[in-house]
Design a protein around this ligand. Structure first.
Ligand code: MSP
Length: 682
């Protein structure tokens, strides 16, 4: 085998995921697609670097952490682990350094190195031509979608979530994007496949042709970010920070020989940055301009997929209409989800996610298709040939199946290379169908009754087995677990991952090979039962039991402690059953005392009488209520929240408040009539 350094390199990235909540099937889709590409490229002989990670800075992280009463670093620590665990569950492996967190020191160094490089080059430029300059920014910004809504100070609502956007007015560092219009357009003319698919490339070109505005790349109002070198009042604005992670992960900004370490030199520029369609502009316009300004090579290709829709709407954490990957994997297995996503969604276009379609595909294509073919053929080889692979008859050498198989293998490879996974899988399953047809036509189970037919039956089973072997190699990038199993059942040694997919050859299955004992690689499932099990596990993720109370939603905020970082809120307007409501024990409380907590300007320590005991609750209301005005006040307390520690103090419950206005001002719920402490709300 070639040493990695003798091989051609291939560098592929997923976007880094916001660590403000847990991943859902939509986020898993991007990573699964990239893993398929990475596996395919490895099987073509490339030394592949595959990078993913979490985007951990910015206002949305700060805001999510505050809502949950935890620090931003606690929140991102927890959530990045959920991402890592999911990739592990999905069989997506990478060396530890290729999972990049933007809060890591190596990333701080890389971002600062990139900007220093740019500032250094700016020194040789006239001030009006410098890539980076300081100016006042005034605009409206949506903290939930982490996007500018308008570049004027007038009030505006976020077009994505509809919430009022916040006013931002401060001095920032700007990047002179407007100066890169021509260079970008030249690049697009030279590199004809810079953005995939074509129609998205056209959108990018039109956007750039219409003229570019300079963009702000730092913030003063945010604390949770990477400090600007020599001007630490500013932190980097998310996109400059996030995009640089693609270089950090392979060593940019590390080592003693300046900023170009050997791994970086080998792998940069990226061959593919893959992502969902909504973030193409940052990758195909901003990122190349940032790199041009720093004198670095540009990524070779930006590849965008569509959205995974849930009942025709984009799945989103803020809308709460999400499906999760973990329950699907636990009920149907890792391959089922991967196969479904690549087979059902035409890459590049939006696709609908449906649990029903997922299970139908699983049963039809995997259980009844490839799985059933493999187990029937292997059973017959075991029964009729004592588990030893028979040989094909010489006159069957150039059988139609062989010719078709080789043709389909070539087509599948071309489709993988062109990101047409849907078509590639169709070709592979055509091979499965052809082998099935041959069995139906030849009826080996009947013909075996006459001993004179043994050689012919052996030949049929050989050809069917060889088709299964080829299909397994070709399908491996998409369904790695089951194909490896089938590979071993066929008596093949080593890892399928090491087989050259672009050099498959009919006839490499050796007659005389001892095969394994057949077992179902894809057991059939009962649709209703599987669907119910998945639904139940999803509910548990959305509304974890009392050990993990659900987080307060941004719109129906409650103030205080408690809440699981990763818990998703139910969709706005979604109905819950009375049994869900009954899980929350709310009681009337009377505030006995309240005091500020040293070092925490938002928290108050409140002692509340809830009838049978006086509880200590930490509430994030210090900026809106004084301790004095709280004493004697009747409040509503969520009494059965799991205790949690903040600033070293324990909080045993939550005080309920409305969240008012864009800044989420808490207004405590209370009673105008006389009610005793401890009375239950129901
Ligand atoms: N943090 C930025 C990316 C920075 S890259 C330098 C970000 N994060 S994200 O978590 O919001 O999205 C990450 C990826 O998940 C994107 O590719 C996005 O398109 C993908 N998806 C999130 N929801 C999705 C669907 N419903 N369907 C398909 N992909 C989805 O953007």
């Amino acid at each position: 085998m070639d040493k990695p350094s003798d091989k051609k390199k291939f560098y592929l990235t997923t976007p880094i995921y916001y660590a403000n909540s847990r991943p859902h099937v939509g986020s898993a889709y991007t990573t699964i697609v990239c893993d398929v590409i990475a596996r395919y490229k490895r099987m073509c002989g490339y030394d592949v670097a595959f990078v993913t990670g979490t985007d951990e800075h910015g206002v949305n992280i700060e805001a999510a952490a505050e809502k949950l009463g935890v620090s931003p670093s606690e929140l991102v620590d927890r959530n990045q682990k959920i991402f890592r665990d999911l990739w592990e569950l999905l069989g997506i492996h990478f060396p530890p350094q290729h999972f990049i967190r933007t809060t890591e020191l190596r990333h701080v160094r890389a971002v600062q190195t990139l900007v220093r490089r740019t500032l250094e080059r700016d020194r040789g430029r006239e001030p009006s031509k410098r890539a980076i300059y300081k100016a006042r920014y005034e605009g409206r910004y949506c903290i939930y979608d982490n996007a500018y809504v308008s570049d004027t100070p007038e009030p505006a609502d976020c077009p994505t979530c509809g919430r009022p956007a916040e006013l931002v007015s401060e001095e920032n560092y700007f990047f002179r994007l407007s100066a890169y219009q021509n260079q970008l357009l030249d690049h697009y003319k030279k590199v004809l496949d810079f953005v995939y698919p074509d129609f998205r490339f056209n959108e990018v070109k039109s956007f750039v042709e219409a003229g570019l505005r300079d963009i702000s790349i730092s913030r003063k109002s945010i604390k949770w970010g990477i400090p600007w070198p020599d001007d630490p009042e500013h932190v980097f604005y998310v996109w400059y920070d996030a995009l640089t992670s693609y270089m950090t992960a392979i060593g940019f900004g590390e080592g003693h020989e300046g900023d170009l370490n050997p791994e970086f030199k080998r792998f940069w520029p990226a061959d593919i940055h893959a992502m969902g369609k909504e973030i193409i502009r940052f990758h195909a316009v901003y990122w190349p301009a940032f790199l041009m300004a720093a004198g670095l090579l540009l990524p070779k290709q930006i590849v965008a997929h569509g959205w995974l829709l849930f009942e025709q709407e984009k799945m989103s954490k803020s809308k709460g209409n999400v499906a999760y990957a973990e329950p699907i994997v636990k009920v149907l297995g890792n391959d089922a989800l991967r196969y479904y996503l690549l087979r059902e969604v035409v890459f590049g276009q939006d696709g609908n996610f449906s649990r029903d379609a997922l299970i139908t595909r699983y049963n039809a294509d995997l259980a009844n298709g490839l799985g059933n073919l493999a187990s029937r053929v292997l059973t017959m080889v075991n029964q009729y040939f004592d588990g030893t692979m028979p040989r094909p008859l010489p006159e069957d050498d150039r059988h139609a199946l062989e010719q078709n198989a080789m043709h389909l293998a070539g087509a599948a490879n071309r489709h993988y290379n062109d990101f047409r996974f849907f078509d590639g899988l169709q070709e592979i399953w055509n091979l499965v169908s052809l082998a099935d047809f041959m069995l139906v036509a030849e009826q080996p189970w009947k013909r075996i009754a006459d001993p004179a037919n043994i050689p012919a039956v052996g030949s049929v089973l050989y050809k069917a087995s060889e088709s299964i072997r080829l299909a397994s190699i070709l399908a491996y990038p998409v369904i790695p677990d089951a194909t490896q199993k089938i590979w071993e059942l066929l008596g093949q040694t080593g890892k399928l991952a090491d087989v050259r997919i672009d050099q498959v050859k009919w006839g490499d299955l050796k007659p005389g090979t001892r095969i394994g004992k057949p077992e179902a690689v894809f057991p059939r499932v009962d649709k209703e039962e599987a669907s119910e099990r998945i639904a139940k596990m999803e509910d548990e993720i959305r509304n974890p039991g009392s050990t993990q109370p659900a987080a307060a939603t941004p719109s129906a905020g409650a103030t205080g402690a408690g809440g699981a970082a990763a818990a998703a809120a139910p969709a706005p307007g979604a109905k819950i059953g009375i049994e869900d409501f009954a899980k929350v024990e709310m009681r009337v409380g009377i505030v006995k005392s309240a005091e500020k907590i040293a070092g925490a300007d938002k928290l108050l320590k409140v002692m509340v009488d809830i009838g049978d005991e006086v509880r200590q609750v930490l509430a994030g209301i210090a900026q809106f209520y004084t301790p004095e005005e709280l004493v004697g006040r009747k409040v509503v307390v969520v009494a059965n929240l799991a205790p949690r520690k903040m600033r070293g103090l324990e909080s045993n419950g939550m005080i309920v408040a409305a969240s008012v206005g864009p800044e989420g001002r808490p207004v405590l719920a209370t009673f105008t009539e006389d009610v005793p402490a401890g009375a239950k709300l129901k």
